[in-house]
Design a protein around this ligand. Structure first.
Ligand code: NI
Length: 160
C-alpha cells in the first residue's frame, strides 16, 4: 500500500470522465488499497480514483472512520429530499462551500470482488456519495456552490 498524490483543481484529469471497470485486476486492487490509505491519511471522507490520477470508476467513502465503502461502477438508483450544507474536497484544499444535495440516495455498485450490492445513505453519507460520483464524470462541487467558496476552518469541516 502506498499514499498517492492527490490531484488538485486545475489538473485536467479531474475534468475527465472515468471509465467502467470491467474486471478486477491486481492493479485495481492495489489502487483501491492505496485510495483508502490516501483518504485516511488526508482525513477525508471520500476519494475518487481520478483524484489520484486514475480514470477508473472507483470510489472509496468512509464517513465515520470505521466503515469503509468501496464502490466500483457506482450509479445512483434512487434519491429523495434535499439538504443544504457545507462541503469540501481533498482536491480543493483549504476551501469549503455550500452545496444542496439529496438527503437520501441509494447507489448500486460492485464491491472489490465485483459483486453487485446496494448502499443507502442519508445526511453526510448521501452527500459524500453524490460528491464522489460527480468526480467520476469530471465534475467538482465548486461548480455547484451556492455563493462564494470560503476558507475552511479546520476540524470543523468535512472534506470529501
Ligand atoms: Ni472531492
Amino acid at each position: 500500500m502506498a499514499i498517492r498524490n492527490i490531484r488538485e483543481i486545475g489538473d485536467e484529469v479531474l475534468t475527465k470522465r472515468c471509465k467502467e471497470v470491467k474486471e478486477m485486476t491486481p492493479r485495481t486492487r492495489e489502487l483501491i488499497e492505496d485510495m483508502l490509505e490516501t483518504m485516511y491519511e488526508a482525513a477525508g471522507v471520500g476519494l475518487a480514483a481520478c483524484q489520484v490520477g486514475v480514470l477508473k470508476r472507483v470510489v472509496v467513502i468512509d464517513t465515520t472512520g470505521e466503515d469503509p465503502h468501496i464502490l466500483i461502477n457506482p450509479r445512483i438508483v434512487e434519491s429523495s429530499g434535499e439538504q443544504t450544507g457545507q462541503e469540501g474536497c481533498l482536491s480543493v484544499p483549504g476551501k469549503t462551500g455550500v452545496v444542496t444535495r439529496p438527503s437520501y440516495v441509494k447507489v448500486a455498485a460492485l464491491d472489490a470482488d465485483m459483486k453487485p450490492f446496494e448502499l443507502e445513505g442519508t445526511e453526510l453519507l448521501a452527500r459524500a456519495i453524490c460528491h464522489e460520483l460527480d468526480h467520476l464524470d469530471g465534475h467538482m462541487y465548486v461548480e455547484k456552490v451556492e455563493g462564494e467558496l470560503m476558507d475552511a476552518v479546520y476540524d470543523e469541516e468535512d472534506e470529501e
